[in-house]
Design a protein around this ligand. Sequence first.
Ligand code: TXA
Ligand code: MG
Length: 326
Amino acid sequence: MDTAQHRAIAEAAAALRRGELVGMPTETVYGLAGDATNPGAVQKIFALKGRPADHPLIVHVSGANMLPRYAARVTPLAEKLAEAFWPGPLTLIVERGAAISEQVTGGQASLGLRAPAHPMAQALLAAFDGPLAAPSANRFGRVSPTTAAHVRAEFGSALGLILDGGPSSIGIESTIVDARGTAPRILRPGMIDAAHIVAVAGALADSQRAFSPRVSGALASHYAPDTPLAVLDRAALTICAKQLLERQLIPRLLMREHLPEGLCGIALPDSPSLYAQQLYAALRALDALGADALLVEAPPDSLPWRAIHDRLRRAASGVGIACYTP
Ligand code: TXA
Ligand code: MG
C-alpha cells in the first residue's frame, strides 16, 4: 500500500473510533463497517442500510486467533474451517460471546464471524484494533457493491468515508457455514463451495445431504435490480427477447461468452470465478440502461456455479416477464 492509502486507513480507523461508519473493501463485496462494540455505530448501520433490526450483522476480525475472543465456545469444526479458509470468503456461525451485544446479531444467540483477506480490510482491522460489524454496503434488498463507486452510488453524501480498494476479486458474498455442531451446515453458498468445505471438515450435516441451502435471515427479494429479471436457458431466452421486441419492449441480456446476433447486453466469461467477479457490476450496468426486462442466461447446473445460481434466483424473484416459450 502507498502513503495515501496508509493515510486513508488511519483516517478511517479514527472515524470508526468516533462511532462513524466507513465503506470498507473486502475480497467478496464492499462492507458498511462500524465499531461492533459501539451501540450508536451499530444503530447507524441498520439506519443507513434501511435494514430491519432483527436481521443479524456479520462481524469482521483479523484472523482465526480472534475466534476465542468473540465466540462463547470454539468447536473443533469452527477451528478447522477458520484455519483452512481465513482470511478469506467464509463466514462462520458460532455461539455469540459476551464481547458482542445481541443488538449486532438481531437478538440471536449466534454470531457470524469473518476474517476478510483484502489487504485494506486487514490494514483497517489492524489500525482499528477491534471487531467491525459490516453488512454488504448496499441499501436493504439491493445488489451488493463490488467497487467504491457502487458504494457511493448507494449512499451518496450520507456516508462520509469510503476506502477505495479496487474491484472486489471474488465478487459475491461469502459462504456462510454454521460451525456450532460437529458437521458443517451451509447457510449461504459462496465461491468456497460444498466440496471445498467437505474436503476440510468432512460430510455436511444430515439435513444437508441433498444440499439445498437456506440463507438464514435473508428474504427472497435480496440482490434485486430495479428492472424485472428472468433467468432462462439460451434457447428460451432468445425466443423471449424476440417476443418482447415484437411488443415494442426493450430487453437487455446477460449471457455467457457471447451475445446472440442482433440483441444487446453483456457477455460474461464462461468461468465461475470470473463470472462471479463481474456479475454485480454487470447487473448494475444493465439496470442503469432502464430496459423493460433483463434476461439472464442460466449458468450450468454444476457445483462451481451453485452460488451464482443462488444470487440470480434471488435477483429474479417476484418478477413477472410474460414470454411464451415452447
Ligand atoms: O461477504 C460477505 O459476507 C459480506 C462482506 C462485507 O463481508 N457481508 C455480507 O453481509 O454479505 P450481509 O449482512 O449483507 O449478509 C449477511 C448474511 C445475512 O443473510 C444474515 O442473515 C446472515 O449473514 N447472518 C449474519 N449473522 C447470522 C447469524 N448469527 N445466524 C445466521 N445468519 C446470520
Ligand atoms: Mg447483503
